[in-house]
Ligand binder design. Structure first.
Ligand SMILES: [Zn+2]
Ligand SMILES: [Zn+2]
Length: 421
């Protein structure tokens, strides 16, 4: 015999569903955390993601990716296609957290929290799957490989998995933001990340006979110092750039002046104009210093992703969705780290966020960790955002400014009853 649930019974049921989702996501995240795989080697991770999605009845799409998974929910009702992206790869770091579910693989660790990103997007998939018949359009889920190599997004785009997508969203954990907050910012959020290799070729000699040499080490030392003037003298103080020489390779012995030196490092910028200016100055200074010291110089650029640059309207949509699931929205400081999500934003409008995870250490630290209370919040946010954005882009029941205003009153850490959690 069926009957209507009382308010209390309905609330208890919703609470139980939230708790069971949270427990499931913690288990998934820990399984991934214990079994990290490097970029392009995410085979087991890929199998597990497929398995979890299939178990939930989510459609897996067939694209020619060696690792990573593309899946889709909705489509029964016509409408736009919204993509949600999580990255799935780990890093060559030896874990030092001492956690019971620490990496079982020596020298491999989810030290950037991509295990949490993956589990959160799976959580969103579980929530959206339950609402599938209501979705006015399609949600495409992108479990992307090889973010740490900055290639994965390009591989996804080349596989055509972004075709037909109207907007794309992604996020990264942020250890210095507390759980329950989300950093949303229109415009530049993360830097363009380029690499460089400078080769200086001179003439070797006995260390005691320097006049017979053209010393690439002395030239390199002057070059490193001169490159610092690009940021201090060429880039406007109102803009920013980073030039770090991070590796020097030269010489074989204490008493031999070597023939050549290799210097490599990275360049970070938030603006395409600054990026071009810095590269132009870098090459000119390298040529000039090389000429002054009589060495031959060459500069090789390793082109990385452009800056993550967030669409204004999508950022506003995200702020509304975030408040609706009880998150406190803050404007984050941009990060000079790079993110290959930027490649998607070149192809379709997109926005990328920082989700607070109250971590004890920064990204890539051997004792990096996340506060797992962020998992169900992130899943709820992703799901809410996709559903809201389908409605908004579909032009039906567009969110009014009243929604925006009322959503600001909600308390930061509570999940309102109208969410899909
Ligand atoms: Zn990373
Ligand atoms: Zn990362």
């Amino acid at each position: 015999m069926s009957r209507h649930l009382t308010n209390t019974e309905a609330e208890n049921e919703a609470k139980a569903a939230q708790e069971s989702l949270a427990a499931r996501l913690v288990a998934i995240r820990r399984q991934l955390h214990a079994n990290p795989e490097l970029s392009h080697e995410e085979f087991q991770t890929t199998d597990w993601i497929r398995g979890w999605l299939e178990e939930a009845g989510v459609r897996i799409l067939d694209y020619s990716l060696r690792t990573g998974v593309i899946a889709e929910i909705g489509g029964a009702r016509p409408g736009p296609t919204i993509a949600l992206r999580a990255d799935i790869d780990a890093l060559p770091v030896q874990e030092e957290t001492g956690l019971p579910f620490a990496s079982q693989k020596p020298g491999r660790m989810h030290a950037c929290g991509h295990d949490y990103h993956t589990a959160s997007l799976l959580g969103a998939a579980f929530l959206l799957k339950k609402r599938e018949s209501e979705l006015a359009g399609t949600v495409r889920l992108i479990f992307q490989p090889a973010e740490e190599k900055a290639h994965g997004a390009l591989e996804v785009i080349e596989s055509s998995a972004l075709d037909g997508v109207d907007a794309i969203y992604g996020l990264h954990n942020k250890p210095d933001l507390p759980v329950g907050t989300i950093g949303i910012k229109e415009g530049p959020l993360m830097a363009a990340a380029d690499g460089f290799v400078v080769k200086l070729e001179g003439t070797g000699s006995h260390a005691a006979v320097p006049e017979a040499s053209v010393d690439p080490i002395v030239a390199g030392a002057h070059l490193i110092a001169a490159l610092q003037t690009i940021v201090s003298r060429n880039v406007s103080p109102l803009q920013s750039a980073v030039i770090s020489v991070t590796r020097i390779h030269s010489g074989t012995s204490w008493n031999v002046i070597p023939e050549s030196a290799l210097l490599d490092g990275t360049l970070r910028t938030f603006d395409e104009g600054v990026r071009a200016l810095v590269k132009e100055r870098f090459e000119r200074i390298t040529d000039g210093v090389a000429a002054a010291f009589g060495v031959k110089a060459s500069v090789k650029w390793i082109q990385g992703p452009p800056a993550v640059n967030n669409d204004r309207v999508l950022s506003e949509t995200a702020a509304i969705a975030a408040r609706r699931v009880g998150l406190q929205v803050v404007v984050p400081a941009p990060s000079p780290a790079g993110e290959d999500f930027a490649f998607y934003q070149r192809a379709v409008p997109g926005a990328f966020f920082f989700m607070g995870t109250s971590g004890p250490h920064e990204w890539h630290h051997p004792a990096f960790d996340i506060d797992e209370r962020a998992l169900p919040l992130t899943a709820a946010f992703f799901a809410r955002l996709a559903e809201d954005n389908l409605v908004q882009l579909g032009g039906k029941d567009a969110l009014s400014s009243q929604d925006f205003a009322s959503s600001q009153d909600e308390s930061p850490n509570s999940i309102p009853n109208d969410t899909t959690v």
